[in-house]
Design a protein around this ligand. Structure first.
Ligand code: BGN
Length: 291
């Protein structure tokens, strides 16, 4: 045995990564052509990625430990574009991260808020306390500016300030959807997303009300030139019709806030399967249609 090597291994504690990262680009090249799964896996196996879509810098200890949580169903080509662009993005920011795809089984109306709550709770069962910061992320949003750092801050941090689909950038003043960063504590203190918005729309506005009516959490948003995202173009998903009850639900949001969220999550879903693929971890769930 080489004693020198052994000894070196034992005492090699990695220092924190530098708080300055060189070479971040303000306009990143985005590739919207979906690679095949084989191409993806071949390209990324060289980057030191670990099973489950985990990665961390090799030579230093990252200052940022973040779980990326993505609600998902039936958007395979978006997922391939997302992974192809965003793995390198996260790695450039020297994050210690893992990508979770929370996939809703066919047969029930899509429920984005519920899936994000499930991802928050179930990823912690898998990782323990490995990640203290959560990026709640849509699969069709690709970040353009590498200065949009995926860390958590004192207040909830809204990242998707400037999405290509919206002419003026910001959808509207109270918009909180797309991509947002929460510490574990921030997300718990607002009781997470509501579980009861089946179909498109309103769940993010409900979350905004929860955040801004809660003295503890607080809401912040990155500047427009930082929070730039390209949205992958798509048609309306068949399993995700506009929720006709969303306006009414939003009006009574303050009454349900305490029970409709993380606190009421038990019994609303079943985890069918957890897969650790090379580029992501899949949490496959069936949800109760009357959650
Ligand atoms: C809003 C939706 C959001 C959606 C944004 C951006 C509603 C509630 C109506 C009272 N809100 O209109 O959920 O993220 O558009 O597309 O539908």
């Amino acid at each position: 045995v080489n004693m020198d090597k052994l000894l070196y291994k034992k005492i090699a504690i990695l220092e924190n990564c530098s708080d300055v990262i060189y070479g971040l680009a303000r306009r990143r090249m985005i590739n919207l052509i979906p690679p095949t799964w084989a191409e993806l896996e071949a390209n990324f196996s060289k980057t030191g990625i670990q099973l489950g879509g985990r990665w961390k810098p090799k030579n230093c200890t990252s200052r940022i430990h973040v779980a990326i949580i993505i609600p998902f169903r039936d958007r395979d080509s978006h997922l391939r574009v997302f992974l192809n662009n965003m793995h390198p993005f996260f790695q450039k920011q020297e994050l210690d991260y893992r990508i979770y795809i929370v996939e809703q089984k066919a047969g029930t109306i899509f429920n984005r808020g519920l899936l994000l709550n499930i991802g928050f709770v179930e990823s912690a069962k898998i990782d323990g306390d490995a990640y203290d910061c959560f990026a709640l992320h849509d699969v069709d949003l690709i970040a353009e500016n590498e200065w949009n750092i995926y860390n958590c801050s004192e207040k909830v941090k809204h990242m998707a300030a400037n999405i290509s689909k919206f002419k003026s950038g910001l959808a509207y003043e109270k918009y909180s959807g797309g991509v947002a960063m929460f510490t574990k504590w921030q997300y718990t203190s607002v009781n997470g997303y509501p579980n009861t918005y089946f179909g498109w729309g309103g769940e993010d506005d409900d979350l905004y009300e929860r955040i801004t009516n809660n003295n503890n959490a607080g809401f912040s948003r990155v500047p427009l030139d930082i929070g730039r995202y390209t949205m992958i173009k798509h048609e309306r998903d068949s399993g995700n019709p506009v929720n006709p009850g969303r306006v009414r639900q939003l009006q009574s949001s303050y009454k349900r806030r305490k029970v409709d969220g993380l606190s009421g999550l038990n019994g609303t879903y079943t985890v069918l399967k957890i897969d650790e693929f090379l580029l992501y971890t899949r949490i496959y769930v069936d949800v109760d249609p009357i959650a």
